[in-house]
Design a protein around this ligand. Structure first.
Ligand SMILES: *Cc1c(COP(=O)(O)O)cnc(C)c1O
Length: 360
C-alpha cells in the first residue's frame, strides 16, 4: 500500500490513524453488532458517539458554554443563505468583507435576503491581500459582520481577528478551523464544511452563541433554522451519521497530537518550509502579500507557465497529487491541512528543487 500525499483543497487527506481506526470499527462498532453506518441516530450507541464527538470538539477548541455546536448538512454553501435568514432579526443590513471567491459567493447569496454593506474589498488587487482593521468600513447598526478568515482559493488568510464591537462577527472557517488555537468568544458564529480540516464531506459544523438563536425570519425553511437544530441536538432529521462519527475520531486524534497548540506548531513549520522554498528562487513565485499568506492553502506559480504540465507530471510520479491550481488562479496550489504529514511538505520541497535544477 502506498498512500499518496494528496494536496487537494477538499475533500482532503484524513490522518491515516483515523482511517485505520474507522477500518477496524467498520463492520462492527464496539460490540454493537453493526456498523456505525447502520445505526439508528436515536439509538444509545450512536447517541454516545455523537455526544463524545461534540464533547471532544468543545474541549479541543475550548468552546465556551454559551455556544451551541451544531452538526448540520448542506455544506458551508448552505450557510451563505442560513446566516442572513437566521441572524438579521429586525436589522436591515449586514456587513461583508469581500476578500476572495468564497466571500464573493457568500455576498451574492446574502443579497437575496438582506442589504449587504461591503465593509472591505480586495478585488482590485486580485484578492491577494487582507484589509487592515483601520480600513474596515463597519456599520455599527449591522446585524453582523461576515468574513472569510482563510480564502481557500486565493490562499489569503487574515493575520488578525477583526474587532467589531457589539456587532456579532461571523466567520467562514471551512479551511482554517482547528489549524491553531482560537478565541471562540471573539465570534458570534463560526462555521465550516467538514471536508477540509474536520472529516469526510457531508457534515457542516456551526458554532453559534446562544443569544443569536431564535431570531430567524418567518420564511426560514425549518431545516435552515439554527434554533430548531439546537433544540433537537442536531437530530431534527437524520444527520450525516458516519461523517459525524469520523469527525469525532479526528477530534480525538487532534487531542492525542497535543491539541491545537501542537497543530499550530507543525502547521506553522510546514507552511514556513513551503514559502521558504517558493521565496528562495525566481523560478517560483507567490502572488499573496506576505502578511496574508495562508498556512493551509499555498498557491504558487512557475515563472514559466509552459513548465506547469511537466512539474505536475513529475509530482504525480512521486506520489504528490492534486497540486494543480484552481482554474481561476492557475499555477499550483498545495493545500496542507492538519492531516498532511510534514513528510509530504518535505517531499514537495525536494521535488520543487529537483525540478528547478532540471526542468524536463
Ligand atoms: C470549501 C469552502 C466552501 C464550500 O464548502 P461546501 O461544503 O462545499 O459548501 C465555503 N467556504 C470556504 C472558505 C471553503 O473553503
Amino acid at each position: 500500500m502506498a498512500r499518496k500525499f494528496n494536496f487537494s483543497a477538499g475533500p482532503a487527506m484524513l490522518p491515516t490513524a483515523v482511517i485505520e481506526r474507522a477500518q477496524q470499527e467498520l463492520l462492527e462498532w464496539n460490540g454493537s453488532g453493526m456498523s456505525v453506518m447502520e445505526m439508528s441516530h436515536r439509538g444509545k450507541e450512536y447517541m454516545s458517539i455523537a455526544a463524545k464527538a461534540e464533547k471532544d470538539l468543545r474541549e479541543v477548541m475550548s468552546i465556551p458554554d454559551n455556544y451551541k455546536v451544531l452538526f448540520l448538512q448542506g455544506g458551508a454553501s448552505s450557510q451563505f443563505a442560513m446566516i442572513p435568514l437566521n441572524l438579521m432579526g429586525d436589522k436591515t443590513s449586514a456587513d461583508y468583507m469581500n476578500t476572495g471567491m468564497w466571500s464573493k459567493k457568500a455576498i451574492a447569496e446574502a443579497k437575496r435576503y438582506c442589504n449587504v454593506n461591503i465593509a472591505a474589498d480586495t478585488s482590485e488587487g486580485g484578492f491577494t491581500s487582507v484589509p487592515t482593521q483601520a480600513e474596515l468600513k463597519l456599520d455599527p447598526d449591522a446585524a453582523y459582520v461576515h468574513y472569510t478568515p482563510n480564502e481557500t482559493i486565493g490562499g489569503v488568510e487574515f493575520d488578525y481577528i477583526p474587532e467589531t464591537g457589539d456587532v456579532p462577527l461571523v466567520a467562514d472557517m471551512s479551511s482554517t478551523i482547528l489549524s491553531r488555537p482560537l478565541d471562540v468568544s471573539r465570534f458570534g458564529m463560526i462555521y465550516a464544511g467538514a471536508q477540509k480540516n474536520i472529516g469526510p464531506a457531508g457534515l457542516t459544523i456551526v458554532i453559534i452563541r446562544d443569544d443569536l438563536l431564535g431570531k430567524a425570519s418567518s420564511i426560514t425553511p425549518t431545516m435552515f433554522n439554527y434554533a430548531i437544530h439546537a433544540e433537537n441536538d442536531s437530530m431534527y432529521n437524520t444527520p450525516a451519521t458516519y461523517s459525524w462519527y469520523v469527525a469525532g475520531l479526528v477530534f480525538e486524534w487532534i487531542r492525542e497530537q497535543g491539541g491545537l497548540t501542537a497543530m499550530a506548531t507543525v502547521n506553522r513549520r510546514k507552511a514556513d518550509k513551503l514559502y521558504a522554498a517558493i521565496d528562495a528562487t525566481d523560478f517560483y513565485g507567490s502572488p499573496v502579500a506576505i502578511n496574508a499568506r495562508s498556512w493551509m492553502n499555498v498557491p504558487f506559480t512557475l515563472a514559466d507557465a509552459e513548465l506547469d504540465a511537466a512539474f505536475l507530471a513529475g509530482a504525480t510520479e512521486r506520489g504528490l497529487v492534486t497540486l494543480k491550481g484552481h482554474r481561476s488562479v492557475g499555477g499550483m496550489r498545495a493545500s496542507i491541512y492538519n492531516a498532511m504529514p510534514e513528510a509530504g511538505v518535505d517531499a514537495l520541497v525536494t521535488w520543487m528543487q529537483e525540478f528547478e535544477s532540471n526542468p524536463g
